[in-house]
Write a protein that binds this ligand. Structure first.
Ligand code: MTE
Length: 319
């Protein structure tokens, strides 16, 4: 994989890495408290969290409807085992993902809607009451984790945008910036990362727009400042670091489907009985414990989503 050698973001001074007003404001508060030196000794990640303009929204109220049948994956394991190809094709991308600059960040909502809009991420996040849901996550590579996501249901954003009758799908797009994300210099991949759902899927309660995890704003490696969670589908559908949300008439083609349509399709619903062309999907390796457990149809969410796929070609639903 081609990487450009540049100074990592954690090596630049705090004054450059932080918007000036936040930097100055925090410095004066800390100085007033006599904490300047102690703060300088904090790891950069802790200081970045402190600066997040939405930090006051966490912890978000738990939604008791979304429980788990297994323990939560510890944060330090989840936060150091990620798929985020913009930062490398391996799992240990947490350090390089700190190059992701999440402010300023605008999300463009458009296409076939009555109310197209472009919102600063902090305004978007504050439009909806945040809640915390415990979700399973099953990667197509046959590993799984559990995670406390915070955010708001996708259907609330759909209602705000007010789609027109001919909007049949929602297409999500990640940022495109090969300087901020060296992985985007790898021309094997048709950047930016794209994913999509149908309007019917988006109307369910389960699709979740994630703004936080583990009771704080989303860490960069999880796809800050806004990602999707579609827990009944293979993990590649849960697109990270969303910049653009378009309501469209045509079925979107995701990044993985564009590269290898025989292995990764649009629907990508979890099904233990349909193997990936190169491996079985019958079991999954649970992160942290390493235990091999049976995979469940729709990743255990059949009651929530199963009825949606009646009458559709089953062969396509699980590709
Ligand atoms: N989104 C973007 N933009 N880039 C990616 O490489 N990887 C996907 C998905 N969303 C990916 C992405 C895959 S394959 C998985 S399994 C999940 O993110 C991983 O999410 P996690 O790192 O929070 O576990």
């Amino acid at each position: 994989m081609a990487f450009i050698h540049r100074r990592p973001s954690w090596a630049i001074s705090e004054a450059l890495a932080t918007p000036e007003h936040i930097f100055l404001n925090r410095r004066s508060i800390l100085a007033g408290m006599g904490l300047g030196l102690a703060a300088a000794a904090l790891p950069r990640s802790a200081r970045a969290e402190e600066a997040d303009p939405t930090a006051d929204l966490y912890p978000a109220k738990p939604n008791a409807a979304y429980k788990l049948d297994r323990p939560l994956t510890p944060e330090e394991i989840n936060a150091n085992y990620n798929n985020f190809y913009e930062y490398g094709t391996y799992k240990e991308i947490a350090a390089s993902a700190q190059m992701l600059k999440t402010r300023p960040w605008e999300v463009q909502i458009g296409g076939l809607v009555d109310k197209p809009m472009t919102l600063a991420i902090d305004d978007l996040i504050r439009k909806f009451p945040l809640e915390t849901r415990l979700y399973r996550h099953r990667c197509v590579e046959a590993w799984s984790m559990t995670i406390p996501w915070s955010g708001f249901p996708l259907k609330a954003l759909v209602a705000m945008a007010s789609p027109k009758a001919d909007a049949k799908f929602i297409r999500f797009e990640t940022f495109l910036d090969p300087v901020m994300a060296p992985g985007q210099n790898d021309f094997v991949y048709p950047w930016p990362y794209v994913e999509g759902v149908t309007i019917e899927e988006a109307a369910l309660d389960l699709p979740f727009l994630v703004t936080g995890a583990y009771d704080k704003p989303l860490a960069k490696q999880f796809g800050a400042p806004l990602r999707l969670a579609l827990p009944w589908k293979y993990g590649f559908k849960s697109i990270k670091s969303i910049r653009k949300i378009d309501f469209v008439a045509e079925q979107p083609v995701g990044l993985w489907e564009a590269i290898q349509p025989s292995e990764y399709g649009f629907w990508a619903n979890v099904n233990p009985e349909v193997p990936h062309p190169r491996w079985s999907q019958a079991k999954e390796r649970v992160l942290a414990t390493g235990e091999l457990v049976p995979t469940q149809l729709f990743n255990g969410y059949a009651a929530e989503v199963g009825q949606l796929y009646a009458g559709k070609d089953p062969a396509k639903l699980y590709m």
